[in-house]
Design a protein around this ligand. Sequence first.
Ligand code: PAF
Length: 284
Amino acid sequence: MIVARTIREVREKTAQWRRGGQSVGLVPTMGYLHEGHASLVDRARAACDKVVVSDFVNPTQFAPNEDLEAYPRDFERDCKLLEEHGCDMVFCPSVEEMYAPNAATYVEILDEMPKQLCGKTRPIHFRGVCTVVSKLFNIVQPDKAFFGQKDAQQLAVIRRMVRDMSYGIEIIGCPIVRESDGLAKSSRNTYLSAEERRAALVLSRAVFRGEEMFGSGVADSETVLAEMRSIISAEPLARIDYVSAVDGETMLPVDEITDGVLVAMAVYIGKTRLIDNFISGGPQ
Ligand code: PAF
């Protein structure tokens, strides 16, 4: 596996691959990789000749009060996992390599969608995500890029950016990977104490109950959301940021849960903010 630290190295290698007629898949990550990331690499491995994984904790998507400094990092362990899953190149730039000291250009969707759900508590988050993903697309120039469905709003935002900016890149959404007890895999799970780890199960429990209600024909969103909220609120360590049913593209609230509606939540367990979701009827 090639370990590339500069934009130039990535450009030269991917250009060589493309000249040789090989397709390139990109899996953008912030490192501290787990089986959820591994599933994206596996999917890219199956769909593309060459797989590039970026491993970069992107400062522009964190507000000053967020966990940029504390965000877990273990590059050696990441490389081991990536090699095991057949990654061809990991791109791990420094902040200085990615952002010039006076960088002042952002990619931002000027619409309601990034302001909904996570955008309400993280107002600059999706601008940072779009900016860094757009830079990664320009650097790697992949044919396909792979993102997890756990970050459902992020996936919708990236799809919108790709459409609006005419990137010729296919965006592939991949299913949520869960621990055996249901908790969605996340690098932030590492922040949880043993007691919080147990309490965090209310997220998946609420997701499964919501899915079950939709499956048994309950379509009124408030009925489903009220039940999901009551499951979460019964846990003293949990504090709801949001539990919402929204249109899968616009992220605007819907009254009725029909196929393709995103039912998403963000919940604080202690100080750790976790997200989870389901798409009614499965991803479209
Ligand atoms: O989902 C993430 O890990 C990040 O938001 C991403 C897409 C790698 C951009 O920094």
